[in-house]
Ligand binder design. Structure first.
Ligand SMILES: [Zn+2]
Length: 119
């Protein structure tokens, strides 16, 4: 039972909404049948499967445009390189996410015994 709970937590961390908050806007989908790949906008995947869906759910649901095989390998896109067209938007989204994460853990010291604050 403890393992099932742990798996559920790990699965939730791969959710599409989490990837989007971290600055990912596209998924790369590789056909397992013919090797063809294409980009899938993360917003489109969220619209169809929900924000809490994980990459595994996307992988099970997609069908290849070329050969019709159902099921794929799905990866989040690589961050864009500095100077490329989407870099600024990616970097701003990433910064927003990092600030939110920092805020989320700001009060951790309050949980520690007196004298053990790390911050
Ligand atoms: Zn295919």
């Amino acid at each position: 039972m403890e393992n099932a709970t742990h798996d559920a937590i790990r699965y939730a961390e791969g959710a599409l909404a989490t990837l989007k908050r971290a600055g990912c806007s596209n998924l790369r989908v590789f056909c397992l049948g013919c090797g063809h790949w294409h980009w899938l906008r993360i917003d489109d995947a969220i619209a169809r499967l929900g924000a809490s869906a994980g990459l595994v759910m996307v992988a099970r649901r997609v069908r290849c445009h070329c050969c019709g095989t159902k099921g794929a390998h799905v990866e989040p896109e690589e961050p864009p390189g500095i100077g490329t067209p989407h870099y600024l938007a990616w970097a701003l989204a990433r910064r927003t996410w990092l600030r939110a994460e920092l805020e989320r853990f700001q009060d951790l010291d309050e949980w520690l015994p007196p004298g053990q604050a790390q911050g």
